[in-house]
Design a protein around this ligand. Structure first.
Ligand code: GAL
Length: 331
């Protein structure tokens, strides 16, 4: 009898250990790493989770929502403790969140809000304010004239938020008749080609353009290429976002006016801290009173501020904070 109870105890300990993961395991579902900023997000996130004795399984969907769905399924079936999602497509991602909810896996929406579902936490920049900052800068330089707006894909909630920010600033000037919006579109991808095609189309029609506001630096870079072909680069104001190396170089050359630099390290660290806390069954943050409505619920959130980068403040911003290195810009 004694022997049976001993064997039973060993078995119990074994089963308990097997059920208990050594380290918190966080699944990070990424849209892409084709744009510079996402490499920084990934590296900072992984570094911070590992510093907190956790592990990260990174999956990159190469901008395919179906691939992201399959990758999510894999992570959920592997029983990760927390899912952090940078959604390719917010509608498909809402389906991923439902799957995670069914398995009681907490979800953090990173940078891009996943709407109409039960996410636990949202970490991002104030994207409406980023849009306002871009438009405020350009309209201060050029309070009248013809503006082009290049929005990102509609599968990304940030595209709408940036647009809201742009129009908060531009609408009163449009109403006064000072500004004409001669092109405004949500493109299919956050890519250079989409920016190029849109601006080329507008210039080919013979339209005069004074200023271009683009959702990110890749779109802005494409716009600048189209301007270059018509010998207009440097004569038209261009705003982008993300502080890509190419954009900083263009700002120094005078072909791009501004970019907006997001505090990527802080975003990633905040998300990593929250993920580790949630993996241990705690609340994602000590301050749960700030919330963002995702159409389904008020989601506890952290929204950080972006920072406008122009020719004058490159040193004081992206360089001094080590976001880019001097040799990357001036090589
Ligand atoms: C957006 C993000 C931008 C930019 C873009 C392209 O969601 O807000 O900062 O990185 O994706 O990846």
């Amino acid at each position: 009898m004694k022997q049976i109870s001993f064997v039973f105890q060993i078995l119990l300990v074994f089963l308990l250990l097997a059920g208990c993961k050594q380290k918190p395991e966080i699944g990070l579902l990424m849209d892409t790493i084709a744009r510079e900023r996402w490499v920084k997000d990934r590296d900072a996130f992984v570094e911070k989770v590992e510093e907190n004795k956790g592990t990260v399984i990174v999956k990159i969907a190469d901008s395919d929502p179906d691939v992201q769905f399959q990758q999510a399924l894999e992570l959920i079936n592997n029983d990760v403790d927390v899912l952090v999602i940078i959604p390719v497509d917010m509608v498909v991602a809402a389906g991923i969140v439902k799957m995670a909810n069914n398995r009681h896996i907490p979800v953090i929406s990173y940078d891009r809000l996943i709407r109409d579902c039960d996410i636990d936490f949202y970490v991002s920049t104030d994207n409406i304010k980023v849009g306002e900052d871009q438009a405020n800068f350009l309209t201060t330089v050029s309070p009248s004239g013809n503006y082009v707006l290049i929005g990102g894909p509609t599968s990304d909630n940030n595209s709408y938020q940036l647009y809201l920010g742009w129009m908060n600033v531009l609408q009163p000037l449009v109403d006064k008749g000072d500004i004409r919006i001669v092109g405004s579109k949500f493109v299919d991808h956050w890519d250079e080609e989409d920016g190029y095609d849109m601006v080329k189309g507008i210039l080919d029609k013979g339209e005069t353009v004074d200023a271009i506001i683009a959702g990110n630096d890749a779109l802005a870079g494409g716009a600048i290429k189209a301007l270059q072909e018509k010998d207009l680069a440097g004569k038209v104001l261009v705003a982008g976002q993300d502080a890509d190396i190419g954009a900083i170089r263009n700002i120094l050359l005078g072909t791009q006016t501004i970019t907006v630099y997001k505090p990527i390290e802080s975003l990633a660290y905040n998300a990593a801290d929250a993920a580790i806390k949630m993996a241990k069954g705690k609340k994602p943050s000590d301050n749960m009173s700030f919330t963002v409505n995702n159409g389904h619920r008020l989601v506890p959130a952290i929204l950080l501020d972006g920072q406008v980068v122009n020719k004058q403040n490159i040193r004081m911003t992206v360089l001094s904070e080590g976001f880019v290195a001097e040799q990357e810009i001036f090589e």
